[in-house]
Design a protein around this ligand. Structure first.
Ligand SMILES: [Zn+2]
Length: 62
């Protein structure tokens, strides 16, 4: 989810503009979460692929 498209329920302005305390609180929260939110799906898939590949290598070697 891209937080700059989020519209605040309190002031109806984009949350990224931080016009009201609710916006600023949401922006802070989303900025803290965004590294994980942006990374997680792709990182999870990459991790899974690597895990399966590693298992395949181990299974062949054993
Ligand atoms: Zn707001």
């Amino acid at each position: 989810m891209t937080y700059d498209r989020l519209v605040c329920a309190n002031c109806a302005a984009p949350v990224s503009q931080g016009r009201c305390p609710v916006c600023r609180a949401n922006r802070e929260r989303l900025q803290q979460e965004s590294p994980f939110a942006g990374l997680n799906p792709m990182a999870l898939i990459a991790l899974l692929v690597m895990l399966v590949a590693a298992l395949a290598v181990v299974a062949k070697a054993a």
